[in-house]
Design a protein around this ligand. Structure first.
Ligand code: SF4
Length: 73
């Protein structure tokens, strides 16, 4: 599996947990907004954990077929 990640900038409130849990994939930019710096920089499990940690569901995770894994519909 290889999840892809997208951060909805307008939704991010800069809580930062995602950048801790998936440090190889997501970093905080100079506006304290999460940004994807590298797809698959972490395991799928860590990427999903990062997305699930987001208090405002600003991180969209899709599987390799494009199906949305998180947030759940
Ligand atoms: S956890 Fe959510 S709100 Fe916090 S920095 Fe990441 S994307 Fe933004």
């Amino acid at each position: 599996m290889a999840y892809s990640v997208e951060v909805i900038r307008e939704a991010c409130i800069g809580a930062g947990s995602c950048a801790v849990l998936a440090a190889g994939t997501i970093e905080m930019d100079d506006e304290n907004i999460a940004v994807v710096v590298k797809q698959n920089g972490d395991s799928d499990e860590d990427i999903l954990a990062a997305a699930q940690s987001c208090p405002v569901d600003a991180i969209i995770v899709r599987d390799e077929t494009g199906n949305q894994i998180w947030p759940e519909a």
